[in-house]
Design a protein around this ligand. Structure first.
Ligand SMILES: *Cc1c(COP(=O)(O)O)cnc(C)c1O
Length: 388
């Protein structure tokens, strides 16, 4: 790494160490600010959220909670219980409340599902979001279905169906769009898969990035959440962290068979939401918020499409097809992803995610999030500088 000064080399080594300590997730901006205050981070392109949605939430929050002094109630009082918040969501989602389980972030639901309902064997497509295999209990067999680089790490539908039929797992996971590559299964393709795989006890569809995907020119919202009555083995998970830009709030929900919800509630999770999350969930179901959210959602999708198109013109990188708010970028030409990650961070103040810890990727990759228009422009300019 001849491009670094000696002090920058020290910094690069410290960054690497922080990443190693963080395991399969990335060190947060807080960690960097605390441990390496000399780093000047300008853009966090590691975390995958819609920044305009965060601003919208903050506007409501300031106006309705902070300025009115209601913040005291949020802190002083108990929030509603799980089943009460499920009731709030039910009408909005056009579901029966008994089908809804509220989580302290989707990650808690992944843990709850995998711990309680996966008994023998889970089949996971890789590359993927690591929690699905990390939470598998001792004694549960984890089988990986390698997504192929030749297919841009997208699912080969018929191949996948035969693999599941052959392996007979009790749990399968479909993240749509997938993390870390953004590959997308259409609603029709998913229906075909779910129909063919009716014998699998638990089919998890993780829709944490679904608000960024689209199938028509109107960018209509997509969800398989209301398939649960038709397909009782379906478990649809939704994190609010990414598309509403509120990871700090810890809010997510799962839609599943009533019996599954009551099994989970019997083992705990009574007060697993906090006051802030309850405020968010109530806001989420309000027509005025939904109207304003829709505007920032579509604006962000359009800007992301433009960002991805521009990235594709940069040499020495390969941008994989994505319908999420991020792209998997392969570094071609011999430089390692670790080198690129520290170069971007130290020289340009851009934080991107290394994919070295992701199993199932062949080559050197980073995952890059779309941010605000101004930040995206800065990323593009820096990438041209680094890769040209
Ligand atoms: C981020 C993420 C989650 C977890 O989100 P929470 O912040 O816990 O709500 C779940 N699944 C996928 C695929 C994710 O990327």
């Amino acid at each position: 790494m001849a491009i670094f000064t000696p002090s920058e080399q020290v910094l690069a080594a410290q960054i690497l160490k922080l990443k190693q300590e963080a395991g399969s997730h990335s060190p947060s901006i807080f960690t960097f600010k605390q441990k390496l205050p000399q780093l000047d981070i300008k853009v966090d392109a590691c975390f995958l959220s819609n920044p305009y949605a965060t601003e919208l939430f903050l506007e409501y929050f300031n106006h309705e909670i902070v300025e009115t002094g209601k913040i005291r109630d949020l802190l002083e009082w108990y929030p509603s219980q799980n089943a009460v918040i499920a009731e709030i969501l039910a009408d909005f989602l056009k579901l029966k409340p008994e089908h809804i389980f509220i989580g302290n972030g989707a990650i808690e639901i992944i843990q709850a599902i995998v711990h309680n309902f996966t008994e023998k064997k889970i089949l996971i497509n890789i590359p993927t979001f690591s929690s699905y295999y990390e939470y598998a209990k001792e004694g549960v067999e984890v089988v990986y279905n390698q997504l192929l680089k030749e297919h841009d790490y997208a699912i080969d539908i018929e191949g996948y169906i035969s693999r599941v039929k052959e392996e007979q797992p009790d749990t399968i996971v479909l993240i749509n769009p997938n993390n870390p590559n953004g590959a997308y299964l259409t609603t029709d393709e998913l229906r075909h898969i779910v129909t063919e795989l009716h014998f699998v006890k638990n089919i998890i569809i993780d829709e944490s990035f679904i608000h960024f995907a689209y199938e028509d020119k109107a960018f209509r919202l997509i969800s398989t959440g209301n398939w649960v009555e038709e397909f009782p083995n379906l478990i649809v998970l939704k994190s609010m962290s990414k598309d509403f830009g509120i990871a700090g709030v810890r809010a997510g929900y799962g839609i599943m068979q009533k019996e599954k919800v009551s099994t989970l509630l019997k083992t705990g999770y009574l007060w697993n939401s906090n006051g802030l999350a309850e405020y968010f969930f109530r806001l989420y179901t309000r027509a005025d918020f939904a109207y304003n959210y829709e505007k920032v959602r579509v604006k962000y999708i359009l800007e992301t499409m433009e960002f991805i198109a521009d990235l594709k013109t940069i040499p020495n990188i390969r941008v994989y097809p994505s319908k999420a708010n991020f792209v998997l970028v392969e570094i071609i030409g011999g430089r390692s992803s670790a080198e690129i990650v520290s170069l971007l961070l130290i020289k340009y103040g851009i934080y991107v995610r290394t994919c070295e810890d992701k199993i199932g990727l062949q080559g050197d990759y980073i995952r890059l999030a779309s941010r605000s228009k101004a930040e995206n422009d800065y990323i593009l300019q820096s990438f041209r500088d680094v890769f040209q």
